[in-house]
Design a protein around this ligand. Sequence first.
Ligand code: FAD
Length: 448
Amino acid sequence: MTLGADVVVVGAGVSGLVAADTVHRAGRSVIVLEARDRVGGRTWTTSAWGAPHDLGGQWLGPSQERARAWCATLGLPLFPTWTAGANALEIDGARATFYGSIPKTSWLALAEVELALRRIDRMAARVSWADPLAHPDAAALDATSVASLRDRWLRTRAGRALLDVALGAVFGAEARDMSALFLLAYVGGCGGLRRLVETEGGAQQDRFVGGAQGLALALAARLPAGAIRLSCPARMVNQDGAGVVVTTDDGPVRAQRLVLALPPAARARIDLGVLPAAAQQLTQRMPMGNAVKVFARFPTPWWRDRGLSGSGVSDVGPACFVIDDSPADASHGALLGFVTGDQARRWGRAPEAERHAAFAAQLTRLLGDGPAPDAYLEQDWGADPWSGGGPVALGPTGALHAVEGARFAALGRVHTAGTEAAYAWSGYIEGALRAGERVGAEVVAALE
Ligand SMILES: Cc1cc2nc3c(=O)[nH]c(=O)nc-3n(C[C@H](O)[C@H](O)[C@H](O)COP(=O)(O)OP(=O)(O)OC[C@H]3O[C@@H](n4cnc5c(N)ncnc54)[C@H](O)[C@@H]3O)c2cc1C
């Protein structure tokens, strides 16, 4: 039997669901095809420990207006990330504790990191995420890796290590994995790198009381029963003058318009037919970052009583940063480690007992002797078949030139949503919502 609707959306992440909601509210019919057996995509909350922990996206910043507006509309309360107390650091052989978001390491390293951050943010303010090639130095910046830029701008090992930690935390990647143009355009679209690495006043300021997947679950609940087809990957897309047909294992789905709400590389698993060169490149040249989230549980957040925030940065690993992830009611203590880039690849190859022992040892180095964790949770996004990595798609050298014109454009009746297609806050839940709302309105306007 052929299913049919005005619009079919591929991907029930936040972006696809808000696009579907926009279509539905405009009085048009919509079907959402989702490969997994759940909605939420890169947001995924577990209650395995009796309280929510986010295995994927989790924080909201103060200037993420659409996400905050949707939380208010859907009745999803937020609470501030725990920051009280001293933070810990292990960088370039030095161990220390510090207050605020800039670690206390050698004065020289600190001064040059501060200078590099200012330089990045000053330059980023002049590079448009929507049109990075409009920058007069776009060709040179796209030919330069962030690693080259880092080594030119930072002389101390500690300074370079601190920048690497920041890049790991934001992109799940190594400095060599991105072009300077991509870094500047991406952070420019979010208001600067400093905002992305900070907790209070920055992108890590608030958490969802019930977990971030609540956004997708609440959006899904607004759609008519049966509109979302779970465990139903889109395999092939054909379009002609009359419409679009999506082939799935359960049969074809016909619509007038299609929204692809996926990361660029995930498109490669769908046969989209003959594509223009830049659209082909989009599936090949913007790989995902590599991130593992690991959680250690304790009966209480004991570090708080010792005047420690539970936050720490590290160039030793396995986590590049650690943060207090205890639930809003502190019914137990939890520390979250973000393992990224090369460390994430190493993590994926190590046996479970070794992985957890390495994380426990890192917590002891950062926070001192305390109770041993009584359980662990982890999610390796690099091994996730439908995301292929995380948190976001990267732009290695040359990529932004190779995909020019394809990142946001519709291919006939096939429209592009997903956080990577947001004009601002790309890579974040905020960007996913913005892209979904924009493309939802675009397809409604395009319906005959
Ligand atoms: C570890 C990690 C930490 C993060 N931290 C934060 C954070 O703190 N704050 C923040 O704002 N953002 C964070 N993010 C990023 C944020 O989660 C994403 O930007 C956002 O969820 C992306 O939503 P999306 O709808 O664009 O894409 P996705 O969530 O990736 O949704 C795409 C959907 O398409 C589905 N799909 C793929 N292929 C097919 C197919 N062939 N057919 C049908 N369905 C398919 C996938 O299963 C998925 O459900 C993080 C992400 C990760 C992984």
